[in-house]
Design a protein around this ligand. Structure first.
Ligand code: SAM
Ligand code: SF4
Ligand code: SF4
Length: 337
């Protein structure tokens, strides 16, 4: 049996997010605004992206450090050819208990069954509005909700667990909070509201565009009474609420109005193999060069250990306390949330 390295870390590392591609078929205004990510935007070439073999080398190292959850993201991860073959390989790694994909769902109609068969546990599907006119604006490509709703249906038929993620931004889609809550209460899917975050450098983030957790909960509670639910594990980022009539749950990810840096157990790998210990970091650690220099497993392990034990990230805390923040940050489409 492979030796575990969990006791070599001063803080647990549980959740590895792997971005497999930086491209996307959407141009959500809060993530990849079309005026910046236009036709002449240079996305990564095939060669720059980590290969599935390279990703697997790293997944095995992270699993030894105690990572149990893998989330595959992007850009739009389903645009990476044969993603199910990666899922199948991750499933075979000892210690990995949960594999999820975050997606805009457009390609789920084709891929949901293959992904489930390969061992995928869950999908987090992004949908920011239930009314077409609002959704067409937010996704920046005029796409209606029906292909996303069909993707959700395909995931359900395939037997995947489903959560719906809605980024809420003032002036963009706060009108959709209640319609989305009503719709997904009916279908029984857990809907999670995400506060609009100041990731990247291009989404023009302003604090007054954030709809706070309190505002979201209050507006739903007024029509559909809610009660809070205790977190189910250390480091759970969504605050959970259940409908008092027994009609399911919602979650709120309040990374702007409530900082949770001290319990952050996440590590992120970009599509070109940079390791980030914070969503708001300016620089990542280049693991791709190590992989392509064919360094030993021992060297990979000591590099990851040094990065994790040396981390001092607390961006959300610093923002809350009004401390100086880095000027340049990585883009959400590059690191994948
Ligand atoms: N394309 C996939 C999708 O949209 O689900 C995966 C990648 S996307 C970058 C991952 C998550 O980040 C999505 O749930 C998206 O809504 C969220 N996101 C992107 N920009 C954000 C922002 N500025 N604030 C909060 N969440 C954001
Ligand atoms: Fe694409 Fe997801 Fe970003 Fe929207 S949030 S532009 S779907 S990567
Ligand atoms: Fe973790 Fe950085 Fe978010 Fe804090 S700001 S919770 S350190 S990712």
């Amino acid at each position: 049996m492979t030796e575990t390295l969990i006791d070599k870390l001063d803080r647990p590392m549980r959740d590895l997010r792997i971005s497999v591609i930086d491209k996307c078929n959407f141009r959500c205004t809060y993530c990849m605004p079309a005026e910046i990510f236009g036709d002449d935007y240079r996305f990564m070439s095939r060669d720059e992206l980590l290969s599935f073999d390279e990703i697997m080398r790293l997944v095995k190292v992270f699993a030894r450090f105690g990572v149990e959850k893998i989330r595959i993201t992007g850009g739009e991860p389903l645009m990476r050819k044969d993603l199910h073959t990666l899922v199948k390989r991750i499933r075979e790694v000892p210690g990995i208990k949960d594999i999820a994909v975050t997606t805009n769902a457009i390609f789920l109609v084709k891929q949901a069954a293959l992904l489930k068969e390969a061992g995928l546990d869950r999908v987090n599907i992004s949908l920011d509005a239930i009314e077409d006119e609002v959704f067409q604006q937010t996704n920046g490509r005029g796409i209606k909700t029906s292909p996303v709703l069909k993707g959700i249906e395909a995931a359900r038929r395939a037997g995947l667990a489903i959560k719906i993620n809605m980024v809420v931004k003032k002036g963009m889609n706060e009108s959709q909070i209640l319609p989305m809550a009503r719709y997904f209460k009916e279908t029984g899917d857990t809907l999670r509201f995400i506060e609009f975050m100041d990731v990247g450098n291009h989404n023009g983030w302003q604090m007054d565009e954030v709809v706070s957790k309190k505002e979201i909960v209050d507006s739903i509670h007024a029509e559909l009474p809610l009660q809070s639910v205790d977190p189910s594990y250390f480091g759970e980022v969504a605050s959970r609420y259940r409908y008092m009539d027994g009609g399911g749950e919602i979650g709120i990810i309040s990374s702007v109005t409530e900082a949770f840096c001290s319990s952050c157990t996440r590590v992120r790998l970009s599509a070109d193999g940079k390791l980030f210990t914070c969503l708001f970091a300016s620089e990542g650690y280049d693991l791709r060069t190590l992989l392509r220099d064919d360094v030993s497993e021992k060297e990979l392990i000591s590099t990851v250990q040094a990065i994790w034990t040396g981390r001092k990230d607390q961006y959300s805390v610093d923002r809350t306390l009004g401390r100086p923040l880095p000027e340049k940050k990585i883009e959400m489409s590059y690191i994948g949330g």
